[in-house]
Design a protein around this ligand. Structure first.
Ligand code: 8YV
Length: 314
């Protein structure tokens, strides 16, 4: 039997690309000199698309691939996939939940610890030769005893909460629904959640439902002694309001792994001392990406052998 044809929009993970190359007729859009020409060339034969959570796939491209059956996303977030167009054309969409939960939670804790204890700030201080000249840097803060407000208590939010508890933090949470099996206090209004905590940890999903949810009002409610950490999507936060609040000292500090217009980060944000910035690294460990890649392959293989999809979104 002829191998199914797959269009890979970017090199989602080198090991995964190599396996895709072995199992399928793989068209690498990211290597094509003329991407439009390649899309036209594969339009009548391409049955699968592989992409990641950031690039996703636009409705326009889905429409240009009339034989498309499945979009396999390396990532849990599918906010950059035009789900409506996929659904209307009966195209399956799969993602990679669970296998990245611990990885994202680890990075969230790393950023949180860095904001509190100024690890990267102090690293820069030492490397710049300031220690012998200026003496010890200013004191940092403890995590222990602070209240963490988790906005979006899904799998990742809960994994962060568990780890933060071990560090001596109290946990409260917010989101669309109370989780009956969780004992922590719940706030349905993000402003109330922000008021109730010292650190607002954003772990909700992206997309239209949560766009701008963390508004200027929410940021002000976190306050000058509070911190905001975002490991979800840049779209959830009013980035301009965040920058203004940080500049004016109305927000104490921020730790950000995600931005409104990745990979472009506003120069204003980069210039600030009271922020820890990461280039979207939540799932970026070898182990996590290997597991995500294996799940992409498992979904494709299940689809092309008519088995149930392990992690279907639609
Ligand atoms: C990835 C992500 O960085 O899972 C997600 O939604 O944003 C991340 O795990 C992304 O998919 C790029 O590979």
């Amino acid at each position: 039997m002829r191998k199914p044809e797959i269009l890979e929009l970017l090199d989602v993970h080198p090991g995964t690309t190599a396996k895709l190359d072995a199992d399928y007729i793989l068209h690498k859009l990211w290597e094509a000199g003329d991407q439009d020409a390649l899309i036209d060339e594969v339009a009548q034969t391409c049955r699968g698309v592989v992409t990641n959570g950031i690039v996703g796939i636009k409705g326009e491209l889905i429409k240009r691939l009339p034989k498309l059956e499945i979009i396999a996303v390396l990532g849990v977030g599918v906010d950059s996939v035009d789900l409506e167009t996929a659904r209307s054309r009966h195209v399956h969409v799969t993602n990679t939940p669970d296998v990245l939960t611990v990885g994202v939670a680890e990075l969230a804790m790393g950023i949180l610890l860095d904001v509190a204890r100024k690890i990267t700030w102090n690293d820069r201080y030492l490397r710049a030769g300031r220690w012998p000249l200026e003496g010890d840097p200013p004191l940092a803060s403890s995590l222990s005893g602070r209240t963490l407000g988790v906005l979006g208590m899904g799998r990742i939010g809960q994994a962060i909460a568990e780890r933060a508890s071990v560090f001596g933090m109290q946990i409260v949470y917010g989101g669309p629904n109370r989780k009956p099996d969780l004992a922590h206090d719940f706030y349905s209004d993000p402003v109330d959640l922000a008021q109730a905590c010292d650190v607002l940890m954003i772990a909700c999903k992206g997309g239209a439902e949560t766009a701008g949810l963390v508004s200027a009002e929410v940021i002000d409610a976190v306050g000058p002694r509070g911190w905001l950490i975002n490991v979800s999507r840049g779209s959830v936060v009013d980035e301009q309001a965040l920058i203004e609040a940080l500049k004016a000292g109305r927000l104490g500090a921020a730790g950000l792994d995600v931005f409104a217009n990745e990979p472009n980060v506003p120069a204003d944000l980069i210039a600030l001392e009271n922020v820890v910035l990461q280039p979207h690294q939540g799932s970026a460990s070898i182990e996590t990406r290997d597991a995500m890649g294996d799940l992409v392959l498992a979904n494709l293989s299940a689809h092309f052998t008519s088995k149930p999809l392990p992690t279907a979104v639609t």
